[in-house]
Design a protein around this ligand. Sequence first.
Ligand code: ZN
Length: 116
Amino acid sequence: MPICPNCEYEYKEGVSVCPDCGQDLISKSDFDEGLINPGDWEILLTCSEEYEADMVKANLEGAGIQSLIIPQKDRNFPSVGDFSIIKLAVKKEDLESAKQILDDINKGNNQEEPEE
Ligand SMILES: [Zn+2]
């Protein structure tokens, strides 16, 4: 099943371009592997907990910025079992605004996770 990396919507076999946004569709397995038109997307952040990525994604959506959560097993740590790396990607043109939003989120969370 081809899927639009933009809309995250699946289409019938044979459809190659998203009718909604004009994005080239990719295969579902590529999408799941995170091999989404790497030229168009930048990784905004990586984290090990999906809820972190979900929270940032929700904030970005609130600001009208599309983002993709890319769950990916980290093959560098085979002994840790299901340790995984969650990547959150945004489109290149949204990267700067997304970083600002991420900054604001991090400032708001300082009391919970001090990093100094
Ligand atoms: Zn689309």
